[in-house]
Design a protein around this ligand. Sequence first.
Ligand SMILES: [Zn+2]
Length: 201
Amino acid sequence: MQILHPFAGSIQQYAEAISDPDLYRPDHCPQCAAKQPLTGHGFYRRTLVDPAFDGVIRVRRYLCRLCQRTVSLLPQFALPWLRFSLAVISLFLVARLLHGRTLAAAARAAQQTAMPYQRGQFWIRRFRQQAPALGVALAPLASSPPVPDFVSRALGMLETVGWIAAHRFLFSQLRAHLLGWPDSLAPQGRCAGLLPAAPSA
Ligand SMILES: [Zn+2]
């Protein structure tokens, strides 16, 4: 499983900090009853696009000796299943949906001047679909602003709470994703592929 690692520094500082497996080692397993610290289990690599970064980052993995399952510590600035960071997507959505900028101007606000407009439209479509659920899910953290539509309400709450804090809460408490899970990872971020049917005898 993935848990969010509340790392607040730069991506460069993150890369240095996770070199030490002891620094953020979970002291118990979040998936079973094991109470002993997890064992370092290497890294996986993923791409990340941030306003000031476009490249590959390593994500630290640990193994539980009891249940044999792995836990990876995804830094909180990265979004599960999306290549683009929370900063890029939030800058884009705020510019387009809250301030009414054009798609091109919103892409510039997110420092993604060369990005295809379809990418922004995809984020907007996903966010619109998620907005009613986000408003409900974030109710414990922020009061609902008096606005007429779900999208403005969810954006207002995210701006109040802070996008990273809100996403951390959604992810750790509800396994919810700001832009919703793709069908291939539903429900709640777990792979939902079906095994091929067994041949009938
Ligand atoms: Zn375990």
